[in-house]
Write a protein of this length. Structure first.
Length: 79
C-alpha cells in the first residue's frame, strides 16, 4: 500500500526555521493464517527498522542539506 506522508524538519540546519516535506512511502504487509478466523495483517517480519539518507532543500535559502530518517518496520521510501 502506497501513500504520501509528511516529515517536519525543525529546526532546519540551514536557516533555523521549520519546514515540512512530502514523502512517498510504501507499507509492506503480509498475511498469516489459512482461515478467516486466523487472518491477521502484520508488518513484514523480514524488514528491520533502518535509516535512510535523503537530500532536502531549505525553501528559504535554497541550499541543499542531508537528512537521515529512521523508518519504522515495514515502511519503505519510494522515488
Amino acid at each position: 500500500m502506497s501513500s504520501m506522508e509528511q516529515i517536519t524538519i525543525d529546526p532546519c540546519p540551514i536557516c533555523g526555521g521549520s519546514h515540512t516535506y512530502p514523502l512517498s512511502v510504501h507499507q509492506s504487509v503480509c498475511t498469516r493464517g489459512l482461515g478467516a478466523d486466523s487472518l491477521k495483517s502484520v508488518s513484514n517480519p523480514g524488514l528491520a527498522r533502518r535509516r535512510v539518507t535523503r537530500f532536502l532543500m531549505c525553501p528559504v535559502k535554497h541550499v541543499m542539506f542531508q537528512a537521515t530518517l529512521e523508518l519504522p518496520d515495514g515502511l519503505e521510501l519510494t522515488a
